[in-house]
Ligand binder design. Structure first.
Ligand code: IPD
Length: 266
């Protein structure tokens, strides 16, 4: 595929960090707590992030960078990178082989490039604006499932549950009460990539950060899926913490079901 130099650099950086993480997977880790009781960071998050940042900053010294562990570096460039060195840190720390490296670049709120790499399965999800979404080079398309009752849903739960006004419990129970199968695998980036690949039909979560979802949002859009806030309004990467991604067909129905599930809050 004839990708831009930005996408090529993101792929190289994700695979390099991924190789490091694969080598360190299932070895002992130093674990620290961030905010919340279960929001972990290991020495590998920091090291993988340094690998990614040093390569990208060498190649694009003028760009802006927002990375999960080290924060931001701003410049006057209109291009910004968003980096999650390990999306699924809890899984990684416990030797569960489901985590990913997620890297995206955006310009004026438009995501240009998104790369998600699963270091254990070696699945490489790549999307570039207007060029489509791919899994190891094969084009991706969302599923054609037509009703929420026949859909497979993925979600995650916020770590800061005490302070989170949009906690997922009410919404979750409304789907459980309908008998919908729901997965909570622990990597939002992979949840989104799996919706783009048609493995899941729906993903929704609140308490999400830009680095968890930036690359995945573009994958969904390029695989002909739809992304919004829970209420159906446009999702803004830097401002919004609730996100709904579907195969497009299910979007309206999901917005309505979430509205009903959250109506007790009003
Ligand atoms: C977490 C994962 C998880 C999601 C959390 C995220 P991290 O990212 O994406 O699936 O439920 O909200 O914070 O902390 O492993 O990079």
């Amino acid at each position: 595929m004839n990708y831009s130099n930005i996408t090529h650099a993101a792929i190289k950086a994700a695979q390099k960090a991924g190789a490091f993480l694969e080598a360190r997977f299932n070895t002992p880790h130093t674990i620290h707590l961030k905010e919340g009781k279960q929001n972990l960071v290991t020495e590998c998050d920091t090291m993988a992030e340094s690998i990614i940042l040093s390569d990208l900053q060498k190649e694009f010294p003028c760009h802006n960078f927002l990375a999960e562990e080290s924060g931001g570096k701003t410049s006057s460039s209109d291009i910004s990178w968003v980096i999650d060195p390990i999306d699924g840190t809890v899984n990684f720390a416990r030797g569960i082989p489901h985590f990913s490296v997620s890297i995206a670049a955006y310009k004026e709120n438009e995501i240009l490039s998104g790369v998600i790499f699963h270091p254990i399965t070696k699945e490489l999800f790549v999307a570039e604006k207007n060029k489509g979404a791919f899994l190891n080079g094969t084009p991706l398309l969302v599923s054609e499932v037509k009703t929420v009752d026949s859909a497979l849903l993925a979600t995650g739960f916020p770590y800061n549950i005490d302070q989170n006004p949009m906690n997922t419990i009410d919404v979750l129970s409304s789907f459980l009460n309908r008998g919908c199968p729901i997965r909570r695998f622990g990597s939002a980036a992979l949840d989104l990539a799996y919706v783009a690949a048609g493995r899941f039909d729906i993903y929704f979560e609140t308490g999400i950060k830009p680095w968890d979802v930036a690359a995945g949002v573009l994958l969904i859009q390029e695989a002909k899926g739809m992304v919004s806030k829970w209420n159906g309004n446009p999702y803004n990467l830097l401002d919004d913490s609730d996100i709904l991604a579907t195969n497009t067909i299910l979007h309206e129905e999901m917005v309505e079901l979430i509205r009903k599930g959250t109506s007790s809050w009003n």
